[in-house]
Write a protein that binds this ligand. Structure first.
Ligand code: ARG
Length: 566
């Protein structure tokens, strides 16, 4: 609604301020006394070399003459501020009418434009670790957000299923393992084999030669090598699927690195034609010195494809296949340089769409304060984090609500939801620590806190049994501060989703949910609902109906589910 207000106000103020300027400076003050929209005129004053109070007074003059058009009740001028107080009844009525429209009355922002999202992308034969949990959760949420805004999203799981490490793995498997051991222990066996090979290779370097030879066989489509590799891939996928199932996540494409291996010779051709390749110690590279980056490696001396070249080939292929307007890569911030190099290479190749490639980085994960790193051996599996969360949620339920009907289902929603919410509540670039007391705390800014508010709203609606329509109520009954501040938050839903999309930042929605549910709890304490009399009761029930709907919808955008009872 702030968007809409700024559209209208900018028109009324004509040349004095642009819509964009107004949008940038207009505030929605938390304190009702400062108005529903406050326009601070300080930045404008600086630009125009005028007194902010004079500009604010001028704005007040003009807007006061057009109160009707702005649905404003009164307009004040305090110092350098022009404060607009909306007509609460009209405002609420409009807000509710919008909420009952298809897709909450959101504009079709995306107009079907295609966005490719590359996320999750775990490495086969390695565990699905906590870092992969973050990309999966953030990616899934961005998928839901952009879909709500009318984009058509292609969800790509770019499996790490190619590379020299698979040569090592096959070598180790042939030497020390068996089909039974792999079937039984799955990824654990593969991981052990990989670690063992690296350790043994320190004493016997010829193992590395052997591993290299196996990878060359893979690259040459040797059936035996490919059969083993493919089997490892399937075993890994089965394990990843368990995590996806818990998170209720799926993909449109699982085309991983292996798919692009045979596209790399063509890429090298093209790079050569475009004069971009240089030889460096037997390897082929693109020199990026002019852009203050180390060279982008295209092939090593053995001629095989590598992570960089496969990514360049994949970007070109995706553009052809999907005609995306944006392609997002959601990975840890430690890969920032990699993507800068890849994007620069695409640009130097002359592809004008290189600026549609966007790296969406995120910070590190720790568990109860302990860093998670593979080398030190305290690697934590995503699946274990999710399972532990569900178990802890179950303990809480048994303790607090032992008579709850479907405990398993609720514990699953609460536990998994808590992990997702905790991840998304922080700005993605910040490091996240999964301290269980914080994650599941019913009183903090957590998933369970939000879910609890939803369950409370649902319980009110169940008890009341009234079905109230937007046309049936007296809007004056929602004009008090507690109800109206809730209405204002509801009216900001679309802005929150748009802002989350603009910054690739699901935390905007997680924070929105906390603001909404806290205001709801406040309203619930201040205003009796079931005990209120007729008109008041109907109006409040309608408000609760909308609050509950928006909580569920916004939770859906994060990828969490709301139990009906808790
Ligand atoms: N497999 C990589 C990893 O686990 C992430 C891949 C990200 N996507 C990409 N197009 N490079 O670190």
């Amino acid at each position: 609604m702030k968007n809409e207000f700024c559209d209208k106000a900018a028109k009324l103020l004509e040349e004095r301020v642009t819509r964009e300027q107004l949008l940038a400076i207009t505030e929605v003050p938390a304190d009702e006394k400062m108005g529903d929209y406050a326009i601070p005129c300080f930045a404008l004053a600086k630009e125009q070399r005028r007194n902010p109070a004079v500009i604010a007074a001028e704005f007040k003059e003009i807007l006061s003459g057009k109160k009707e058009e702005l649905a404003a009740d009164r307009i004040e001028n305090v110092g350098g501020y022009c404060n607009v107080f909306v007509d609460r009844e009209k405002f609420t009525k409009k807000c509710f009418a919008k909420m009952f429209q298809e897709n909450h009355g959101f504009r079709d922002w995306g107009a079907g434009g295609v966005i490719c999202m590359d996320y999750s992308s775990p490495n086969i034969a390695k565990n699905f670790h906590a870092g992969h949990l973050r990309t999966t959760i953030i990616g899934n949420s961005l998928y839901k957000i952009f879909t709500k805004l009318g984009h058509s999203v292609v969800r790509i799981n770019y499996l790490g299923d190619w590379g020299t490490q698979f040569g090592k793995l096959i070598t180790a498997y042939k030497k020390w393992s068996s089909p039974q051991a792999v079937e039984e222990r799955g990824i654990d066996e593969l991981l052990d084999l990989y670690v063992k090979l690296n350790a043994e290779a320190e004493k016997s370097p010829e193992l590395i030669e052997e591993a290299r030879a196996w990878f060359v066989r893979m690259e040459n489509n040797d059936p035996e090598a490919l059969a083993v590799w493919n089997w490892f891939r399937e075993i890994s996928m089965q394990e990843f699927e368990r995590v996806y199932k818990m998170l209720d996540i799926s993909f449109d494409s699982c085309t991983g690195e292996s798919f692009y291996r045979d596209k790399v010779p063509g890429l090298i051709e093209e790079l050569r034609r475009k004069n971009l390749l240089e030889e460096s110690q037997g390897a082929l590279v693109i020199d990026l010195g002019a852009y203050h980056m180390p060279p982008c490696l295209i092939t090593k001396s053995d001629g095989g494809s590598i992570y960089h070249s496969r990514d360049i080939a994949a970007a070109i292929d995706r553009k052809k296949k999907y005609g995306f307007e944006k392609c997002l890569y959601i990975t840890g911030a430690e890969q920032s340089l990699h993507f800068k190099q890849v994007f620069k290479a695409v640009e130097l190749m002359g592809y004008s769409w290189a600026d549609e490639l966007v790296h969406v980085p995120f910070g590190l994960v720790s568990l109860d304060g302990a860093k998670l790193s593979s080398r030190k051996g305290n690697m934590v599996y995503a699946e274990d984090i999710l399972k532990e969360a569900v178990e802890r949620a179950m303990e809480q339920i048994r303790e607090k609500n032992p008579s709850l009907a479907d405990k398993e289902d609720t514990a699953e929603k609460v536990g998994v939801g808590a992990v997702i919410f905790h991840d998304l509540y922080h700005q993605r670039i910040k490091n996240v620590d999964f301290a269980w007391e914080d994650v599941l705390n019913l009183e903090g800014a957590t998933g369970p806190y939000v879910q609890y508010a939803y369950a409370r709203a649902k319980s009110i609606l169940r008890k009341s049994g009234d079905i109230v329509k937007a046309d049936d109520i007296n809007y004056h009954k929602l004009a008090d501060d507690a109800a109206f501040s809730l209405v204002k938050i509801l009216s900001g839903y679309e802005d929150a989703v748009v802002n989350a999309a603009r910054g690739y930042e699901p935390s905007v929605i997680a924070r929105y949910l906390i603001t909404l549910t806290s205001a709801f709890n406040h309203f619930y304490q201040k205003c009796p609902i079931l005990q209120a009399v007729e008109e008041e009761r109907y109006a409040r029930i309608l408000l609760v109906t909308i609050v509950q709907d928006v909580i569920a919808d916004a939770c859906g955008l994060l990828g969490t589910k709301c139990p009906e009872e808790m």
